[in-house]
Design a protein around this ligand. Sequence first.
Ligand SMILES: Cc1cc2nc3c(=O)[nH]c(=O)nc-3n(C[C@H](O)[C@H](O)[C@H](O)COP(=O)(O)O)c2cc1C
Length: 325
Amino acid sequence: MKINDLFIKSPLAPLCQRGVFTKTMDLKVNIGKLKLKNPVMTASGTFAYGKEYSEFVDLNKLGAIVVKGISLKPMKGNPGPRICETPCGMLNAIGLQNVGLKGFLKQQLPYLKKLRTKIIVNVLGNSIDEYIELAGDLESAGVDAVELNVSCPNVKKGGILFGTEPGLFRELIRNVRLKTSVPLITKLSPNVTDVRIFAKIAEDEGSDAVSLINTISGMSIDIRTRRPRLANITGGLSGPAIRPVAVRMVWECHKTVRIPIIGIGGIISAEDAVEFFLAGASAVAVGTGNFINPRATMDILEGIRSFMSSEGIASISELTGAVRC
Ligand SMILES: Cc1cc2nc3c(=O)[nH]c(=O)nc-3n(C[C@H](O)[C@H](O)[C@H](O)COP(=O)(O)O)c2cc1C
């Protein structure tokens, strides 16, 4: 049964249709110090710098925009092919292409700051100092929050990924927290044995929230050419194929930490978003869903409203962690 069918059949439907319920419904969520008007955000790297989607989406209606990962210097990314479709998902190896910090502050941020939504900047560095510099400069520039993309190699430590080695992960968050006071969201990698260890470290070291999951490492081979479908050989899997993994990880983290969780992974409908709330997310971010339907965020927001009406839910926070296990 679809959300809309529920809406029509619910005894609350007449109330909802007159807008009685929708007016009093509370979609506001707090992600640490960050106050969002609703829980629907965009996932980094799938919504460009926001402006590109303005033709399809009323950007002011979003809970927050999370922009493409920004590094200190501009990055060209990997050579193509950089994406390929897989069952219920896609693999990407974009290679963190971006305009760099200066380019972002000059060309993108002025537009974003005029919007009536929160602006969160995903950052990526190859050393702890780079992350500190990025977070500090973005804080001074007035962004609402910084999301740490920890799926980057530390060049000083022989290329170990920040997000998969607990000691390095702790050192990174501790140092960024000490040097900046911008709301900090740590984006967790699913490519670890126990994601709870990383969520707990993020909380202990002062992260205001965690977002999860980033893409799952994968590979696809064309059997006729016997070549990998991506020039980079491996890439990150995203889309509905990864949703059950993401929901499980959100549920595990919700039982482990008290900081808010932003659920990410294969969300393409309001039903998917509700599943993440029930598992323990306070907000959700839509990624690959934007490629399937550029208006996905708006449709999901409307669908969440309809669901709340039909279920008689006054505040979105009632759903967080409400799974009956
Ligand atoms: C093309 C593409 C680019 C991405 N770029 C970034 C990025 O720059 N930084 C980041 O933290 N995550 C990045 N991601 C990961 C997404 O933000 C998201 O965590 C992941 O795709 C899972 O969500 P989804 O299944 O809804 O896409 C990217 C994903 C895709 C598909």
